[in-house]
Ligand binder design. Structure first.
Ligand SMILES: NC(=O)c1ccc[n+]([C@@H]2O[C@H](COP(=O)([O-])OP(=O)(O)OC[C@H]3O[C@@H](n4cnc5c(N)ncnc54)[C@H](O)[C@@H]3O)[C@@H](O)[C@H]2O)c1
Length: 272
């Protein structure tokens, strides 16, 4: 049996670019009909048009996930249009930097609204449709920062930790309804978000090199590599997997003390 999404309908928030776009493309290839919910109309529409050239499989809904009503309408419209809803992937996200003092209240709330409220809205309005379909799968895109902290990222780290808690709550509350919920935790992935973050530095290439070096595999991930893990969790192949936190991070969470500790600290004691 191959992984298939034939006769399945999925919503992907944040599906216009990056990891979300790779998920949309893969689910489409595997037979799903997919609704993109994203506030980036230009890229969302362009992706939908490109994928629909090979057969009508994608629709785009301009949607701010922080706005409950726009998510509610898009979820109901998707289920109505395709007759059901089986999969929700929440990938919408933003990156902001600052410690708790330098992070303004506006930035703090913006980050929580997009990541945490946005995920809550998407799940809240998708779950009734998943229940109606007799079950389904929710995959939430967390981060290695759902389990570990990176400096100067208080709002983002808090939001990503919250998403893991939300994943586990959903897994527990809806297991008896045949709904699974899992969290994928990517390391650094080559997407517009990472490129934007690097561009904040006077030396973006040095930032990207630092990112590569932070992964034992010595490189940054590709969006398709995250999409494959998400598709697995969303599919029937993962039928007994729920409440899991799956790192897809080139080993980033493995080295105690980080890579420099392994190489130059006591992590490498005994190695000449
Ligand atoms: N790129 C990485 O290194 C990395 C690592 C770990 C986790 N992540 C997470 O992966 C997810 C996807 O990020 P990405 O790297 O693909 O970045 P990206 O910027 O390419 O994609 C994010 C998408 O979310 C959309 N979005 C943002 N705010 C929104 C809102 N309020 N409503 C609707 N859509 C909104 C954007 O328009 C964009 O299409 C995010 O949750 C991010 O935190 C990324």
């Amino acid at each position: 049996m191959n992984i298939t999404f034939k006769d399945k309908v999925a919503i992907v928030t944040g599906g216009a670019t990056g990891i979300g776009a790779a998920v949309v493309e893969l689910l489409c290839k595997l037979g799903a009909r997919v609704a993109i919910l994203d506030r980036d109309q230009e890229h969302g529409q362009r992706l939908a048009e490109r994928l629909n050239e090979q057969g009508e499989c994608v629709s785009f809904y301009p949607c701010d996930v922080a706005d409950a009503e726009s998510v509610h309408t898009a979820a109901d419209t998707t289920a109505q249009r395709y007759g059901a809803l089986h999969v929700l992937v929440h990938s919408a996200g933003i990156q902001r930097y600052g410690d708790v003092v330098s992070t303004t209240l506006d930035v703090w709330h913006e980050v929580q609204r997009v990541h945490v409220d946005g995920c809550f809205h998407a799940v809240r309005y998708a779950v009734p449709h998943l229940m109606k379909a007799g079950g389904g799968s929710v995959v939430i895109v967390g981060s290695v920062q759902s389990m570990a902290a990176v400096g100067d990222s208080a709002a983002y780290v808090t939001a990503k930790h919250a998403l893991l808690g939300l994943t586990r709550s959903i897994a527990l509350d809806y297991a008896r309804h045949g709904i699974r919920a899992n969290c994928v935790m990517p390391g650094a992935v080559d997407t517009p978000m990472l490129r934007w973050a690097a561009s904040l530095s006077p030396d973006p290439e040095a930032v990207l090199e630092g990112c590569r070096h932070a992964h034992p595999m010595g490189r940054i991930g590709r969006p398709e590599e995250i999409a494959r893990a998400i598709a697995f969790l969303a599919s029937d192949w993962a039928s007994f997997v729920t409440g899991a936190a799956l790192a897809v991070d080139g080993g980033m969470l493995v080295p105690a003390g980080g890579m420099s500790f392994q190489e130059t600290g006591t992590g490498s004691v005994g190695k000449q």
